[in-house]
Design a protein around this ligand. Structure first.
Ligand code: THU
Length: 160
């Protein structure tokens, strides 16, 4: 028997104004997208903004449905659209803002496992890491240099 230890590094900024200017702008777009989320059931609003290698910015937000599992998270709404419209472009970074309509969240809210899995697929396709910045409604921002970093030992096409 042997034991594997898996670790990852995440940087935490105390506030958005500590981020590079272009990342601040991307995060602002994630907040704007969040404000348009369709989340009448959970009242939990999420916005995502992606920067592509051609300079295009793609945003998305969570889209819920009366048949609950038919809804989709913000991150996948944005990344599926990005790859559908610009399959040749690399996805450079993603900013995510999340939180309940009822309360502020001052510590970072990470993307769900299903979204991490979906995003990693594109890191592999483009052979380039996607920088990830995520936060709540205000306050701290977390940074991971890739999505695989926060989804270690992933399931991917090598297993198929
Ligand atoms: N949600 C996202 O949009 N992204 C995540 O990473 C986690 C959860 C959405 C799904 C649902 O509409 C609401 O947040 C509550 O789970």
């Amino acid at each position: 028997m042997k034991q594997l230890k898996i670790s990852c590094n995440i940087d935490v900024f105390e506030a958005m104004d500590e981020l590079p200017k272009d990342v601040q702008s991307l995060m602002t777009k994630a907040h704007d997208a969040r404000s348009k989320a369709y989340a009448p059931y959970s009242k939990f609003l999420v916005g995502a903004a992606l920067e592509l290698s051609n300079g295009e910015i793609i945003t998305g937000n969570n889209q819920e449905n009366a048949a609950y599992p038919s809804g989709l998270c913000a991150e996948r709404t944005a990344i599926f659209y990005a790859h559908a419209q610009f399959p040749e472009e690399d996805i450079l970074r993603m900013a995510i803002a999340a939180g309940s309509e009822y309360k502020e969240a001052e510590t970072p809210i990470p993307p769900c496992g299903a979204c991490r899995q979906a995003i990693v697929e594109y890191e592999q396709v483009q052979k380039k890491q996607i920088e990830l910045y995520f936060m709540g409604t205000k306050g701290q921002v977390a940074y991971s240099n890739s999505v695989e970093n926060i989804l270690p030992w992933i399931f991917d096409k090598k297993a198929l």
